[in-house]
Design a protein around this ligand. Structure first.
Ligand SMILES: *Cc1c(COP(=O)(O)O)cnc(C)c1O
Length: 396
């Protein structure tokens, strides 16, 4: 799953090159940097790896989401539809541009349900933001059709799914824009970092400007001092970009390993009556960073996660987890009482406190995930597969 497992000579060499010049900043200092532009190179490599026209590397995945929303012109009073199962950063980004997060159910893909998203639309909706959770895709065909029909932006939160595809195209490149995280636990890492990708030159230009105080970046040494767009500072440093540059070049290899390891874990549960797997709208495109499956009911899902942990296997029972699922996002629900939010934001957040999501609960209450690591030996994979099978069978 995370690239940090395979930190090595390539990463060290790229960082070393930055240390040799001492130019730790991604913009300007054109002379002293001696032709080394790690952030720019990382952007070019991402475009190549993902088949995107433009990429803007920034300081985190959260910064990428915020930058993309700002570049799409999303702000006060606008609504963004996103799923009840995601990382808290997704709604933080929406709130940070002054917009309103509207949560809608997930289905057995563990991502936003297209029907639930449709039902959540209002005249204020500007963006539909599915989140490709745990390495695999939302039903992008359905979301494209919905956004085209309603004239909305499709923004992909692909922070957990770099390298995944949908019908042959990279996740993140199918919507108007897509966002990635390269924090320390994602498939490839910069230490901290993120990126927005888009085919739209104007959206990219606004991302480029927004993430560096709105500077226009025209000309040498960071350009003239015009500010065509009001911005902020979400710059990545050259040191972080250097790590990411080495990592993105290894992405294809990471994915091969991940897929091989996941197939072995999955095979161990394949013929277990009572176990079903997360539905993948395009199984070929799974980045395979997690194995996610369902037990027949909440009691047995919780017990399976506990049995896995007893065997020494990491097990995520998201339903009880306050980083990723609405049920325990008390801080979001309580934000409704904060006077700093405009009335219209508080109205929606206060609605969340008492709101039930039975369709999401029915899925998430039965779901268990386990991460797929890169550094496992073949013997460790086999051993883990055996433990997984034993743990899950013990509760059925
Ligand atoms: C990790 C993550 C983010 C945020 O990325 P950071 O780089 O940690 O800020 C956003 N969305 C999802 C779904 C994530 O998993």
């Amino acid at each position: 799953m995370p690239g940090y497992e395979l930190w090595g000579a390539d990463e060290r060499r790229e960082v070393e090159e930055v240390l040799e010049t001492g130019v730790l900043m991604r913009y300007g200092f054109d002379g002293p940097r001696g032709g080394r532009w790690k952030a720019r190179e990382l952007e070019a490599e991402l475009c190549r790896a993902l088949g995107s026209r433009h990429a803007q590397v920034v300081s985190s995945g959260t910064a990428a989401l915020t930058t993309a929303l700002a570049a799409l012109g999303v702000g006060a009073g606008d609504e963004v539809v996103l799923p009840t199962f995601t990382f808290v950063a997704s709604f933080e980004a929406v709130l940070s541009v002054g917009a309103i997060p509207v949560l809608a159910d997930v289905d057995d893909t563990l991502t936003l349900s297209p029907e639930a998203a449709r039902a959540a639309l209002t005249p204020r909706t500007k963006v539909v933001m599915p989140v490709h959770m745990c390495g695999a895709m939302a039903d992008l065909g359905a979301f494209q059709a919905l956004c085209d029909e309603k004239g909305l932006w499709l923004l992909e939160d692909a922070c957990q799914a770099v390298g995944g595809t949908y019908r042959g195209r990279a996740l993140g490149t199918i919507g108007k824009a897509g966002c990635f995280s390269f924090d320390f636990v994602k498939t490839i890492t910069c230490g901290e970092g993120g990126a927005v990708v888009t085919d739209d030159e104007e959206v990219w230009r606004r991302c480029d400007q927004y993430s560096d105080h709105g500077h226009d970046h025209l000309g040498a040494d960071r350009g003239g001092n015009l500010h065509p767009f009001l911005g902020y500072n979400f710059r990545i440093s050259e040191l972080h970009a250097a790590v990411g540059l080495a990592q993105v070049r290894r992405l294809a290899g990471f994915l091969d390993t991940q897929r091989r390891h996941k197939a072995a874990l999955r095979a161990a549960l394949e013929r277990t009556a009572g176990v079903t797997f997360r539905r993948l709208p395009d199984p070929e495109g799974d980045s395979a960073s997690f194995l996610s499956f369902f037990l027949p009911d909440e009691g047995r899902a919780r017990a399976a996660a506990a049995a896995m942990k007893a065997e020494g296997l990491p097990a995520m029972y998201w339903y009880d987890n306050n980083w990723h699922y609405i049920r325990r996002w008390d801080h979001l629900k309580q934000a409704a009482t904060m006077t700093r939010w405009p009335e219209e934001v508080r109205r929606v957040l206060s609605g969340l406190a008492g709101k039930a999501f039975p369709a999401s609960d029915a899925v998430m209450g039965r779901a268990v995930s386990t991460p797929v690591n890169l550094a496992w030996s073949e013997a460790q994979v086999a051993n883990r597969a055996e433990k997984l099978s034993r743990a899950v069978r013990s509760v059925l």
